[in-house]
Design a protein around this ligand. Sequence first.
Ligand code: 7RM
Length: 632
Amino acid sequence: MSTNSSVGYNEEYARSVAETEKYWQEAGKRIDWIRPYSKADGSSYAGNVQIKWYEDGTLNVANNCVDRHARVRPDAPAIIWVADSEGESLVISYEDLRKNVNRFANVLRMQGVKKGDRVTLYMPMIPKAAYAMLACARIGAVHSVVFAGFSAESLANRIVDAESHFIITADEGRRGGKRIPLKETVDEALRIARMDAKVLVVKHTGGDVSFSERRDVWLHDVWGTVGTECESEEMSAEDPFFILYTSGSTGKPKGLVHTTGGYLVYASMTHERIFAYQPGEVYWCTADIGWITGHSYLVYGPLANGATTLMFEGVPNQPTPKRIWDIVDEWNVSVLYTAPTLIRSLMAAGDRWLEGTSRKSLRMLGTVGEPINPEAWRWYYEKVGDSRCPIADTWWQTETGGVLITPLPDTAPLKPGAAMKPFFGIIPDIVDENGESVPQGTQGRLLIRRSWPGQARTIHGDHARFMETYFSAVPGAYLTGDGAHRDVDGDYWIIGRVDDVVNVSGHRFGTAEIESALVAHPAVAEAAVIGVPHPIKGQSLFCFVILRDGYQDDEGLIAQLKQQVRADIGAIAVPDDVVCVPGLPKTRSGKIMRRILRKLVAREDDLGDVSTLVDPRIIEEIKTALSLNRQV
Ligand code: 7RM
């Protein structure tokens, strides 16, 4: 195909980077401002990194995502909610949404929540979760949504770090026919955190949960006592909007802070441009609200655009792999945005699950979370989209707020496995160890040379860590932590993380996090964790442990160690393999050589440079331990 189809993109991209200030000033007008801004970009990557956009503008996110649409299209569907149990659903119009968000916001105010307070959400995928997020936005409270699959321990860490004295949860969640205890986990988290907090509880399943008269409030008890009108808070563009925790290569998860104006401009613009969203279409993003994709492309981007966003409570391939296509057909979904891990598991289940489903409503497909292998890409393109629907392979991160690298509707031809082009205003580069740009075709570290409105501003309570993590390796640029290369057409291919972050089914885990969970068990003296390729999950966690004297390597202990990780972090972090070894490959300075561990698991003969190993005999011992490993 000729590259003529990219003319529109090329022209607009060139303009966006040549006249950035003008471009973003214009783009900012897509949302309603209470007081207009006089300037777009006030950021500096030099020295004391400061990221600021539309700084003197004021606005309210809920006004933009709800009220302005309810005024002109009150009956238009805002949220289509599809329950875990088949046949149950709810369509919420923009006017319904407005009333519900306002009521929820009044409840929060009545409970004493004020502008700037941090509110932790530990919620299932139900409309009240979206109401709660938007209610926080309405009154200027900063939400911190914690994925409802995280353990009490993880939740406690996040509550403490955010200094959050208000929690919103439900009695239980429902996923794939199972009930997930939520209130119970919040109770446990608050015991661990030893913090005084108010807990607002949504009755969802009606399950039996404990209730503290002093601390807990049932939402339904106060719901009727407040009205459906609620004045919104006038927020500065740079007022904190939300905190979202994500794992890095070192230390505890980081609370990334996103602010109000730039985030909303970027989320709404990328949603509209990347998916060529047309009014009236049903759009379905399968991400949970506990992740950034749920924030930007399930809730804020689509709602800011007045779109109809489908929210699914359950698991797309349960009870059978047909469920996802039944939902697409029943609700006439035009755009489906999901993750490679789900695509691979649907592909593995076989094409017969597509039979008898139409999928004719689909116009466009999207993928996010991890690199998509060309085989899964082709299956998605040919089988799911009947070779009619373009795929947007969108690369981005919690830190970026919205998509940075992606095909756009006029950047064809698509290449299976390539994230393709920078979005408007984004200047990526690929550099070597010394920070020098690498030639075309060479793999290197992906960085971004200039700020954009959706970028995270800081790490909650630790700006020094923010600067150190993202801006110290190559001064003047944002370091992503991913590896990539650029092909002859200038298209980007993302390799995946080059730091000690493992991506399991699109979820990020720091190897250090898993290692500290393991060494917290009395049997473990030392642990080393690596990510290894996995056919469905992309990567899985492979753990090496050295046992303390007196402990026996047996099935019972291995199960206990996996349970330890589940309790400490959550079920999504449970390692596939835990192998006991007598020692670990270390350098003279005591660093674990994970590179060697990766090669040993891959059964590679050439281990590369092992000259810095303190004790080369350890290699044979690890090989023996691996040959005896009979796990998953
Ligand atoms: C949105 C999200 C971020 C990490 C990122 C990458 C990986 C995400 C793609 C991808 C290849 C993609 N936020 N990643 N999208 N890798 N192609 N299209 O996932 O903070 O949870 O994860 O995910 O490694 O650094 S995240």
